[in-house]
Ligand binder design. Sequence first.
Ligand code: ATP
Length: 235
Amino acid sequence: MNIGLFGGTFDPIHRGHLALARAARAGCKLSRILFVPANVPPHKQAQPLSAFAHRHAMIALATAQEKDFVPSLLEAPEDLKSGSRGKEKTGIRKPNYTIDTVKRLKQSLKKSDQLFLLIGIDAFAEIAKWHQAEALFRECEFVVASRPGFSLADVANALPASLRPRQEVTRPFHKQAATGDLVLRGVTIHLLDEVYQPVSSTAIRQAVAAGKPLARFVDPAVADYIKKVGLYKGR
Ligand code: ATP
């Protein structure tokens, strides 16, 4: 089976995330996609973040009609995972590194299952800085939602140094749009074009703070939840 893992902050989940997941499901014949909100996103520790439970609840609402889209607790705080009522320990909060999540998930998969990591090209551009980035490419194939203006060279040059092809190889890539499959030694990347929607969680948080409607950004159930709980008001 082909399984997708879509990690992110999802504060909140929006139409761009869902468009990426739908295109990945169709393009890579994914039987199931796990939406994995990070409890402690490694790259966003400086900014305020809604509680994990709210972000997870919004994923559940936004994916309720899609039987193959599964809200995941893989990166949940320990007390939520175990169902205990204990408070999360204060102090240093360990970031959720994708490589750890992938390895944990793989323990519950069959050897024949193939894991696909879903990611937008903006996040992929930083992939070389991720914890144990090379190992991630060994463990999974990547599905990258590209955007107009990105070339195949941008994708290849974003790879960790040890996996990056030589310049002679990537030179012709500069003229090629980031689309199709890029298969190099130890790296498989499926590029999805025409997926990217001009929406971000940042724009949604700003729209809430400015009292603007959310209908074009998020599922109606997510918009209702944001209003009911009072998320993003004073940001
Ligand atoms: P923020 O605005 O808070 O930085 P975000 O909208 O980028 O958030 P994240 O939860 O950080 O959302 O993103 C999770 C993943 O979804 C990342 O891989 C990101 O590149 C991708 N992504 C985000 N927005 C879009 C979009 N509009 N289209 C396709 N992919 C997206």
